[in-house]
Design a protein. Structure first.
Length: 139
């Protein structure tokens, strides 16, 4: 069995952003030479997420509105976490809802997706450099 590991780095200028990373993960898969196996993609920050869904801007806008309704950023005083001097209590909750990682099957050297499935990095406390881990195992 072979193993491959790579960190993807993103400069995220906004507090919240959804970044389509399927092409980056596919590039990792090609670099790995693995044809059959599994790929794990996970956010390496506790206020970020990796998830699979449709690459459609209306859906992403819906996510933004829905997440802000569930865990509004302001007022920051509503979150006990922010008593530590942070202002990102909402980002931790948004990450919990959207999830930490995804696992995708690899079949014949390709990401084995259902129709319209793509991988996204969700950032909820950006404005700085962030990373995603890609770990591939297989043959």
């Amino acid at each position: 069995m072979k193993s491959y590991r790579k960190e993807l780095w993103f400069d995220v200028p906004n507090r919240r952003e959804f970044i389509h990373i399927t092409p980056d993960v596919q590039e990792c898969l090609e670099e790995s030479g693995i044809r059959e196996g599994l790929v794990l993609v996970n956010a390496m920050h506790i206020t970020a997420s990796v998830f699979i869904n449709d690459n459609e801007s209306g859906l992403h806008a819906d996510y933004e509105r829905w997440l802000e309704e569930l865990a509004p950023h302001a007022p920051i005083s509503r979150y006990r976490h922010n008593l530590t001097g942070e202002d990102n209590g909402d980002a931790h909750l948004k990450r919990q809802i959207m999830g930490r990682e995804v696992v995708v099957a690899i079949t014949d050297g390709q990401l084995d997706f259902g129709p319209w499935e793509r991988i996204f990095y969700g950032e909820f406390d950006g404005r700085r450099r962030k990373r995603v881990l890609v770990k591939i195992i297989g043959e």
